[in-house]
Design a protein around this ligand. Structure first.
Ligand SMILES: Nc1ncnc2c1ncn2[C@@H]1O[C@H](COP(=O)(O)OP(=O)(O)OP(=O)(O)O)[C@@H](O)[C@H]1O
Ligand SMILES: [Mg+2]
Length: 385
């Protein structure tokens, strides 16, 4: 593509290379999380750039240099980045003519743990690109997530579009239905649009409305000033800044949140807020979005294991089951019970995660049988639930 003589429209290809697990279910490979990661690596690249994740890089190195040591050529770039030259190692590599530029540990926009990325350097490839627009390119305090994010493409698109129409979007729905996770993921994806970043303010443990402003100030890392009230400090800081705040779990302080939000939005014209709350804030300019359950199969329609995996709730179940039981597989025998579980739990992510955790000791069929007593079944997993 780089060597093509383009006329007017130049097509630049970006490539992300990653490797990870794919589960063989007897008929197909299922590697949703690995694929999603590969897509994230690709998304971090610029047109014309090839990025490779550390996992894939290490496999490549292991496969191609059984004994030879890898020469790490220190480039005198101030950023401390270096090229790792593979050319001089073996005769095979003379033909490959590639080397790797270490771009450091980067947080991709799936908000989970950072991974090391390398840029592939080779003849005919453009070499110099601006810094990667990964999550760490903008200020933020988005908490690392230890589990993968599933689906929700439609919902995220909706929230992003709504944010263009309104500076306050409130995600509502029942407990455990994925409001916080959706807000975090959307915040990560739109971070490039906010020069001053995206900030997560966790209000779940807060009961005292008098502490609301200082909780936000702490989350944003602002210092209080003795001559001003906390609200003045906050407004002075936010004024003129392009910033997105995720106000999480507003329901306990709903009045205080509504009042403060209204004042902040009217004083700070570039501020936007995504609130999550079991009920709407009911303040001016708010657009609420009741997020739907995860998509779930119709238990009566005899889905094959492959067909089942197109549903978000099933994918979530499988991903979480694999964490506690790496042997877990969906097959023709347990597929009907799995479809029943996801539909009986109404596609609620928290409930599905709790049910999936039980695959450590129970078969899917047994979990299904015990769903009648679902509250005792689901609380048997984590001690903190
Ligand atoms: N799309 C998703 N992909 C993966 N995990 C998800 C997804 N949505 C929710 N979860 C997981 O399900 C659980 C419940 O989600 P979350 O905490 O976002 O719900 P909530 O609506 O904010 O609940 P609450 O009303 O209690 O604040 C969490 O463990 C979360 O990580
Ligand atoms: Mg929440």
């Amino acid at each position: 593509m780089a060597n093509e003589n383009w006329d007017e429209a130049v097509i630049r290809t970006r490539i992300g290379i990653h490797s990870g697990n794919a589960e063989w279910n007897g008929k197909n490979y299922m590697g949703y999380i690995t694929l999603a990661r590969a897509a994230r690596v690709m998304s971090a690249a610029y047109g014309g750039q090839i990025l490779i994740s550390n996992d894939a890089y290490e496999l490549y190195i292991k496969d191609t240099t059984p004994k030879a040591q890898i020469k790490r050529e220190d480039k005198t770039e101030s950023s401390g980045l270096r090229d790792i030259d593979t050319r001089s190692q073996s005769p095979d590599w003379e033909r490959n003519e590639i080397s790797f530029r270490d771009l450091g540990e980067r947080r991709l926009k799936d908000v989970i743990l950072p991974i090391r990325l390398y840029q592939i350097i080779g003849a005919g490839l453009r070499e110099d690109f601006p810094p990667l627009e990964t999550l760490d390119a903008r200020p933020n305090n988005l908490p690392v997530q230890l589990t993968s994010f599933i689906g929700r493409e439609k919902e995220m698109k909706h929230v992003k579009e709504t944010l263009k129409l309104s500076r306050l979007v409130t995600l509502t729905s029942a407990g455990g239905s994925g409001k916080t996770r959706l807000a975090l993921q959307t915040g990560a994806e739109v971070i490039d649009e906010y020069e001053h970043g995206v900030w997560f303010v966790d209000l779940a443990a807060l009961n005292d409305p008098a502490l609301l402003t200082s909780t936000i100030i702490d989350a944003l890392g602002i210092k209080e000033e003795s001559k001003k009230t906390t609200e003045e400090t906050l407004i002075d800081f936010l004024k003129g800044k392009e910033i997105l705040i995720l106000l999480d779990n507003c329901e306990q302080l709903i009045h205080a949140c509504a009042n403060l939000t209204e004042r902040l939005l009217s004083s700070c014209p570039k501020l936007k807020i995504i609130a999550t709350s079991r009920e709407a804030l009911n303040c001016q300019g708010e657009i609420t979005y009741r997020i739907p359950p995860l998509t779930m199969p119709d238990p009566n329609s005899n889905n094959t294991p492959e067909q089942l995996t197109q549903y978000e709730s099933v994918r979530l179940f499988i991903e979480r089951a694999l964490v506690v039981n790496p042997e877990f597989r969906v097959n023709n025998k347990n597929a009907p019970a799995l479809a029943e579980i996801c539909s009986r739990l109404d596609g609620i992510p928290l409930a599905i995660e709790l049910a999936a955790a039980r695959t450590k000791v129970l078969s899917v069929e047994k979990i299904y049988e015990r769903l009648d007593d679902r509250f005792s079944l689901l609380t048997g997993g984590k001690r903190t639930t």
